[in-house]
Design a protein around this ligand. Structure first.
Ligand code: GLU
Length: 500
């Protein structure tokens, strides 16, 4: 039944959420919406050594900014509370005990020094040490030791971990929605630790137990978890539970496509790989965020949706609701997705044009009177990528030109252009209603009366007024400069332009 679909986003608060993590959350959200199911947010914080203050809050704020709203989970609640794994600690122990009782897991007392020594000795013989069916019989655990000895070690408080007893022979197979069939021989899987000596579960145990208890039907997560999936399947088998359907999302690749996208690529390329700005609590180092760089949430979502998925049509612009309607796991690519920041910028430009001009003016040009602010927004909206460029554009616009485009002067500055500008300079003071139509009309009239084509003069007029050979609508620009300023700028240009 489609209404029973339950998916989760299960980040670990070990630092700022990477933009790839946001994509994972988005795909889970879209799949839940598409299937009429539920989207959960579970915080996997059992690795206390890697816990970073502020990271959980950052995850919640990033999802809230983009409108990727969970139906259940941390910050929302729901039938499976708590959704923070550190608060579910006692529960995992009972499940580990169940595996111990069933002979599917065992105690291991090996110290890290002993395991290090093993590794070194294996390496010296040119092989890699694995805690598995071949080695476990000779190590310090409840398989190799006599029961009395095990009891004595536990009674005396010797630290131990609980490991999964991976079957010596067999094949693990599962059909991933994106990767199709995955086959792994159990000999390549080691006896992973399920409970650590500090009494905390490992990621593997807590993840599988919670996905089962929370009735997760589809596990949609990054490809970096694909190597863990066979182990997770073994855990489901050990518990006698039905495994969820897995879907491992393609990696995000560098803009050039060679290798995994990293923070270093972002620093070098000057683009963000985090949804929001992040200040490292330990070093104070600040990383750029999509939000603060001026990416609109609509553009960020649309861009992320297309990183590894496509609708199979030509349509590129999708709202969150439209994405949910169009989304399917079948249309996710197997190959890695190139992180093309130019595409993100393109989306932003498209969504900028759909923004409310009054709101943009109020937010980004707060010092201007509202009507002027809106006029500037309209003038520049299709010439900018990010909203904060508006203020820069307005400042540039208001500065008188110091230099004039030499290429345009070289090709267009001639006798006709000179007389054209002189005629315009005479006509402008007589314009009564200083608005685009009135200005245009006056210029047209005076040029026509003197047999000069507008096309011969307009670019030179632009250079005279702005210094540049190209720019936004000239008549609106003239209106915004104001009559006195335009007359002044034209007179200055006529004095400064090269003698003919
Ligand atoms: N806690 C894991 C992470 O940080 C979750 C992986 C999974 O979805 O199973 O990505």
């Amino acid at each position: 039944m489609s209404d029973s679909v339950r998916v989760r986003f299960a980040p670990s608060p070990t630092g700022p959420l990477h933009i790839g993590g946001v994509r994972t959350a988005l795909y889970n959200y879209l799949f839940a919406r598409k299937m009429g199911g539920k989207f959960l947010l579970r915080i996997e914080d059992t690795d206390q050594a890697r816990f970073v203050p502020g990271a959980e809050n950052y995850i919640l704020e990033s999802l809230a900014w983009l409108g990727i709203s969970p139906d259940e989970g941390v910050g929302i609640g729901g039938p499976h509370e708590p959704y923070r794994q550190s608060e579910r600690k006692d529960l995992y122990k009972a499940y580990a005990d169940q595996l111990l009782a069933d002979g599917k897991a065992y105690y291991a007392f090996d110290t890290s020094e002993e395991l290090d020594a093993m590794r070194t000795s294996f390496e010296s013989q040119g092989s890699a040490f694995q805690y598995n069916s071949l080695t476990r019989v000779k190590l310090k655990n409840s398989i190799a030791l006599a029961p009395a000895e095990v009891d004595q070690l536990i009674a005396s408080g010797t630290p131990y971990v609980i490991r999964l007893k991976v079957p010596a022979k067999g094949e693990v197979r599962f059909q991933d929605s994106i990767r199709d069939w995955v086959h792994v021989h159990t000999s390549s899987i080691d006896d992973k630790v399920l409970m650590k000596s500090d009494g905390m579960p490992t990621y593997h145990l807590a993840n599988v137990v919670d996905d089962h208890i929370m009735e997760i039907t589809h596990v949609i997560r990054g490809e970096e978890w694909l190597p863990s999936a066979p182990l997770h399947i073994l855990l489901y088998q050990a518990f006698g539970w039905k495994a969820p359907q897995f879907a491992h999302l393609p990696l995000l690749l560098k803009p050039e496509g060679n290798g995994k996208l990293s923070k270093r690529d972002a620093d070098l390329g000057g683009f963000p790989v985090f949804p929001m700005e992040w200040t490292d609590p330990a070093t104070g180092a600040v990383s750029k965020g999509f939000k603060q760089e001026g990416y609109l949430k609509e553009a960020t979502l649309n861009f992320l949706a297309f990183l590894g998925w496509n609708p199979g049509t030509e349509q590129e612009m999708f709202s969150l609701t439209e994405l949910a309607e169009a989304f399917s796991l079948e249309r996710i690519n197997k190959a890695g997705a190139k992180f093309d920041v130019k595409k993100a910028q393109w989306f932003n430009e498209q969504y900028m044009k759909q923004q409310d001009t009054a709101a943009l003016a109020a937010n980004y040009l707060p010092n201007l009177p509202a009507d002027q602010g809106v006029a500037f927004v309209q003038l520049f909206l299709d010439r900018i990528t990010f909203p904060q460029e508006l203020a820069v554009k307005v400042t540039e616009f208001q500065v008188r030109p110091a230099i004039y485009d030499e290429a345009v002067l070289a090709s267009k500055w001639n006798a006709d252009a000179l007389s054209g500008l002189q005629l315009i300079a005479q006509a402008l003071p007589t314009v009564e209603s200083w608005e685009p139509e009135g200005i245009k009309h006056a210029i047209h009239e005076v040029l026509e009366a003197n047999g000069i084509k507008m096309g011969k003069v307009m670019q030179i007029l632009r250079v005279a007024l702005s210094g540049n050979g190209a720019g936004p609508d000239l008549m609106i620009s003239m209106q915004l400069w104001g009559k006195a300023e335009v007359i002044e700028r034209l007179a200055t240009a006529l004095a400064k332009f090269p003698a003919l």
